[in-house]
Design a protein around this ligand. Structure first.
Ligand code: NDP
Length: 326
């Protein structure tokens, strides 16, 4: 069977995508053939595209999508033809009209939640699920710092952490983003382009600093994030929006107060089928209860994957882009 896909032959800028027909084999015994109704676009895809994360070319990036099952492999019992499904962490293959996917990577998509909301947020929402419930269990009385608090992950993180009882401090680059973060659970947005976020955080916490820093910005914020943590606080470096953090001296963790540092990925936290299903369930429940509200960004045709990447990497955007097959 032929299907359309956005393929990258060589690492490069967003114009590296080529939109082409590819041949798909029938599903293997544990696989599904799915037809996408919406496809998520994430920073991870840009890391593969740009060469920051090594990958074999040619590659079809895309780890997240929503679609309908068209064929099932002979061992698949959990899903049937016609089922509406979603996946958050498939390690590439997503930027295509149809794809094959191992059934164990897929979760049922609740009928109450539209395709575009799921595609814009399942990977980010499940990331937040493990960040606030499993990597660290946020509890009443915690104070946390969230970088890029008005970003895709940031807005979900602020809402979920607030729901669990934390005081949430966030960094944002503009007044407009501060306003949005505040409306989504951020108690104290700091416009870091106008003031030093470490000094402002010290003032706001009366010098007590924070229990956890969630840093998806990376290179630009990493070292200063360590200065925001109380002794024995936890530094969660979970992304590289500004580039990957520079290598650093581990003794800094001792000097700054016996700090903990982790560099987690959703793949690890959703690796077991039971964890994938439970994480998705937790996130979908909070969406359905309206505890978490998601604003999808702009919708692009699959043939415009280049524009979707430009949009994602543009600092002014609010809401994550989504691709829809042409
Ligand atoms: P965002 O919507 O948060 O966009 C990134 C934000 O980072 C920007 O809006 C901007 O906010 C801030 N930023 C600061 N410096 C830069 C820079 N130089 N270039 C671009 N942005 C910058 O993206 P996502 O929600 O999609 O992802 C956030 C992070 O989470 C990414 O690093 C991603 O890789 C990571 N991630 C990690 C996962 C994991 O399991 N480890 C899973 C999912 C995502 P501002 O203008 O306010 O500074």
């Amino acid at each position: 069977m032929k299907t359309k896909a956005a393929i990258i032959y060589k690492a490069g800028d967003p114009d590296a995508f080529r939109y082409k027909n590819i041949e798909l084999r029938p599903p293997g015994k544990d696989e599904l053939l799915i037809k996408h109704t919406a496809i998520g676009v994430n920073y991870l895809d840009t890391y593969y595209r740009s060469g920051l994360y090594p990958v074999d070319f040619p590659v079809i990036v895309g780890d997240e999508g929503v679609g309908i099952v068209e064929q099932t492999g002979k061992n698949v019992t959990e899903f049937n033809v016609g089922d509406r499904i979603a996946y958050p962490a498939s390690k590439c293959g997503g930027y295509a009209e149809r794809r094959l996917i191992t059934a164990s990577e897929v979760v049922p998509a609740p009928s109450s939640i539209p395709d575009e909301i799921i595609a814009a947020s399942l990977l980010r929402g499940m990331t937040v699920e493990y960040l606030v419930q499993r990597l660290y269990q946020i509890k009443e009385g915690d104070t946390i710092l969230v970088h890029a608090a008005a970003g895709g992950v940031g807005l979900i993180l602020c809402q979920w952490a607030k729901y669990l009882g934390a005081t949430v401090i966030g960094t944002v680059s503009s007044e407009a983003k501060a306003d949005i973060a505040e409306k989504h659970g951020c108690d104290h947005p700091i416009i870091y382009t106008e003031m030093d976020f470490v000094e402002e955080l010290k003032t706001f916490t009366n010098g007590q600093l924070v229990d956890v820093v969630y840093d998806g910005v990376g290179k630009k914020t990493f070292m200063k994030s360590l200065d925001c943590l109380r002794p024995r606080g936890l530094m969660v470096s979970f992304g590289n929006a500004s580039g990957k953090p520079e290598p650093f001296d581990v003794l800094e963790l001792a000097k700054k107060g016996s700090l903990f540092l982790t560099r987690p990925t959703l793949f690890e936290y959703a690796h077991k089928r039971s964890e994938l299903l439970a994480g998705a369930k937790s996130y979908f429940e909070l969406l359905e209860k309206n505890v978490i509200q998601v604003r999808p960004g702009k919708v692009f045709k699959l043939s415009e994957a280049n524009k979707a990447h430009q949009y994602l990497e543009n600092r002014d955007k609010i809401g994550a882009p989504v691709l829809i097959p042409d």
